[in-house]
Design a protein around this ligand. Structure first.
Ligand code: NDP
Length: 548
C-alpha cells in the first residue's frame, strides 16, 4: 500500500500489519468517542442482568469459551504472531496455555473465593453483635492492555471480571486490533449475553474516551507515562484503577547457582518476545567469581538463536513490534557504548532477517511500508549481550523493552540487593542459588511484586498468584485472590441481636457516660477480656442511667 493511502486510511481505520514483513494483516474501524460512551452505557445495562447470574452459569460460559479457544488455537496463535511478531510457539506457550489455565481455575474457584464470610469482631461479639462481609460486583470494567501480550492479558482480565459479576469493555492496542476483536468473537461464540464483553478499537484517543466514559473500574497495562495520564483522567470521576506498568527487572546470580540453568533462563528471560516483556531480564547481576564463565555461555547460546518471522517454527526471536520501540533499543545500545560498556554480540538491527523473510517466502525480499509506527526498515534487532554495565548508565535506569542483556558484577549479597533495588521500578526479580534459604532471605529484601528463586519471568502465567508491581511498576494487583478482590466491592453486614438494652454510647451524655467512655479507651480497647470485665459495674451504671 502506498504510504499516502495508509495515512488517509488511518483516520477512521486501523491497518494492522505484520512487523516481520510490513504486510497488511487486516483493517479495523476506529470506534468514535460517542460510540465508546454508548458501549459503556450498553455494558452498564447488561450488568444489571449479568450480576444476577449464578456462579454455575458464569462457570459454564467461561468453560465454553475455553473450548472455543481450543478449537481455534492454531489460527489464534497465528493471528497473535502476525500482529505482534512473536513466534507462534510463544503465542501458544506464553499466552494461550496460561490463559486457558487461568480460565479453568477462576471458573472453578471464584464462587469459593467470593463466598460471604463471617468476620471475627473481638469483644464486640460479647455485646451480641456479628459481622459478615459479602462481595458485590462493581459494574463496567474497562480493560486497556498493551500490545505485547495482546491475547492473554485482556482475556484473563475479562474472565476474572466476568466471574466476579462485572461486564467488560476492552480497548486493545492499535498494534494488535484484530487479536482484540478475536477476544470479543470468542465470548460471543461461547454464548455470553450480547454486550457483556465489547471491544472498542482505536489508538490512545479511544482509550482516553473509554476512561472519560466513567467505567466503574479501569484495568490498565502499559507504560508508566500512560498509566499516570490514565490515573489523572480517572480521578475526575473517582474511578479506581489497577495499573500494571513497566519494569527493569533484575536477575541476581549467586556464586553457588546452577550455572547452566541460570544461563538458559537469562537468554530466555531477556530475549523471548524480542525482549518486549514487562518482566524481562533487563539487568543481570552476577557474582564476580563466575561472571566470566556465565557471560561466555550466554554469548554462545545467544549466537545460536534464529531470528525471523514468528510463523517459522525454527525461529526463536521475531521482529520488534514497531519502529518507535526499536528506536528506543538503538538509543539504549548507543548510550551503553558511549558510557563505556562493551557490546559482546548483537547491538544493531538485523538486516540478515530481511533475507530470512525472503527465504521463508513471506515477502519478496522487501519489507514494505506500513502505517503508524511501522516503517520500511527491518524491525529485527539482534539479541544483544553487554558487559561492563553499571547502574549509573542511563539505559540501566530506563525500561528498554527490547532484546538487550546488560551484565554487571557484585561481590557480596548486600551489594547485589542494593544494586537490584536501585531503580524506580519493582515488578519482578529473580535470585539464582542452590541455597534456597539464602535465596528467600535475599528475595524478601528485594523491592518487587514477584521474586522468583531459580526461575524468571513466567509467574504471570500462574493465575492463582497475585501479579503487580512495587514502586512505579504499578498499583493494585491482577490475578490471584488479590486480583479478584480488585473487581468487587466488599459490603459489611453488621447485626445486633440484643436490642433490649441501650448502647452505652447513646445520648444523652453525662459524667457517668464520660467515665464509661474512659473505660472503653483504657480497658475494652485493650482487647483483654479480663480488663474489660472490670468495666462491667461502670457499664451497668451507665445503662441503668440510659434506661430511666
Ligand atoms: P502504552 O502505555 O503506550 O499503551 C498501553 C495501552 O494504553 C494501549 O492500549 C494504548 O493504546 C493505550 N493508551 C495510550 N494512550 C492512552 C491514553 N491517553 N488514554 C488511554 N489509553 C491510552 O504502553 P505500550 O503499549 O508501549 O506497552 C509497553 C509497556 O507496557 C511497557 O512499559 C511494559 O512494561 C508495560 N507492560 C506491563 C505489564 C505488567 O503486567 N506490569 C505487562 C505488559 C506490558 P495504543 O497502543 O493503541 O496506542
Amino acid at each position: 500500500m502506498a504510504k499516502a493511502e495508509a495515512q488517509e486510511a488511518a483516520a477512521n481505520e486501523i491497518i494492522s500489519s505484520d512487523p516481520a514483513t510490513g504486510r497488511e494483516v487486516g483493517r479495523v474501524s476506529v470506534t468514535t468517542p460517542d460510540e465508546v460512551r454508548e458501549a459503556v452505557e450498553r455494558s452498564r445495562q447488561v450488568f444489571h442482568m449479568w450480576k444476577t447470574t449464578s456462579f454455575a452459569e458464569r462457570r459454564r460460559l467461561v468453560m465454553r469459551a475455553r473450548e472455543v479457544i481450543l478449537d481455534e488455537m492454531e489460527a489464534i496463535a497465528e493471528l497473535i504472531s502476525a500482529e505482534s511478531g512473536k513466534p507462534k510457539g510463544e503465542a501458544i506457550a506464553l499466552e494461550i496455555a496460561p490463559v486457558l489455565d487461568l480460565m479453568q481455575w477462576i471458573a472453578r474457584s471464584a464462587e469459593k473465593m467470593l463466598r460471604p464470610r463471617r468476620v471475627g469482631i473481638g469483644l464486640f461479639g460479647l455485646l451480641g453483635r456479628s459481622s459478615r462481609v459479602v462481595y458485590h460486583p462493581l459494574g463496567v470494567v474497562a480493560i486497556i492492555p498493551a500490545w505485547n501480550y495482546p491475547f492473554s492479558i485482556p482475556l484473563g482480565e475479562a474472565v476474572m471480571s466476568l466471574m466476579a459479576g462485572n461486564t467488560v469493555v476492552i480497548k486493545p492496542s492499535e498494534l494488535t486490533p484484530l487479536t482484540g476483536l478475536k477476544i470479543g468473537e470468542i465470548f460471543e461464540k461461547a454464548g455470553f449475553p450480547k454486550d457483556a464483553v465489547q471491544i472498542v478499537s482505536g489508538a490512545g484517543e479511544t482509550g482516553a474516551a473509554l476512561v472519560e466514559a466513567a467505567p466503574d473500574k479501569i484495568a490498565f497495562t502499559g507504560s508508566v507515562a500512560t498509566g499516570r495520564k490514565i490515573a489523572e483522567a480517572a480521578a475526575k470521576n473517582l474511578t479506581s484503577v489497577v495499573l500494571e506498568l513497566g519494569g527493569k527487572d533484575p536477575m541476581i546470580v549467586l556464586a553457588d547457582a546452577d550455572l547452566e540453568a541460570a544461563t538458559n533462563a537469562a537468554v530466555w528471560g531477556a530475549f523471548c518476545n524480542a525482549g518486549q516483556n514487562c518482566a524481562s531480564v533487563e539487568r543481570l547481576y552476577v557474582h564476580e567469581s563466575i561472571a566470566e564463565e556465565l557471560t561466555r555461555r550466554i554469548v554462545e547460546k545467544t549466537g545460536k538463536l534464529n531470528l525471523g518471522p514468528g510463523i517459522d517454527p525454527d525461529v526463536s526471536v521475531g521482529p520488534m513490534s514497531s519502529e518507535r520501540q526499536i528506536r528506543i533499543v538503538e538509543r539504549h545500545v548507543d548510550d551503553f557504548r558511549e558510557a563505556g560498556a562493551v557490546i559482546l554480540t548483537g547491538g544493531e538491527r538485523y538486516d540478515a532477517a530481511r533475507e530470512r523473510v525472503s527465504d521463508a517466502g513471506t515477502s519478496e525480499g522487501k519489507i514494505s511500508a506500513s502505517p503508524r509506527h511501522r516503517v520500511s526498515a527491518s524491525l529485527f534487532f539482534a539479541p544483544t549481550v553487554i558487559t561492563g554495565a553499571t547502574n549509573d548508565m542511563r539505559p540501566m535506569r530506563e525500561e528498554t523493552f527490547g532484546p538487550t542483556l546488560p551484565i554487571c558484577t557484585f561481590a557480596t549479597d548486600e551489594e547485589a540487593i542494593a544494586l537490584a533495588n536501585d531503580t524506580e521500578f519493582g515488578l519482578t526479580a529473580s535470585v539464582w542459588t542452590r541455597d534456597i534459604a539464602r535465596g528467600r532471605r535475599i528475595a524478601e529484601q528485594i523491592e518487587a511484586g514477584s521474586v522468583c528463586i531459580n526461575e524468571h519471568l513466567y509467574t504471570h502465567g500462574i493465575g492463582q498468584t497475585p501479579w503487580g508491581g512495587f514502586k512505579n511498576s504499578g498499583r493494585g494487583r491482577t490475578h490471584g485472590l488479590e486480583g479478584l478482590l480488585e473487581l468487587v466491592q466488599p459490603q459489611h453486614i453488621h447485626t445486633n441481636r440484643i436490642t433490649l438494652l441501650p448502647d452505652a454510647w447513646w445520648m444523652p451524655y453525662s459524667p457517668a457516660a464520660l467515665e464509661t467512655f474512659r473505660g472503653f479507651a483504657t480497658k475494652f480497647a485493650t482487647g483483654s477480656l479480663l480488663k474489660t470485665a472490670t468495666l462491667l459495674p461502670q457499664l451497668w451504671k451507665r445503662i441503668r442511667e440510659l434506661m430511666k
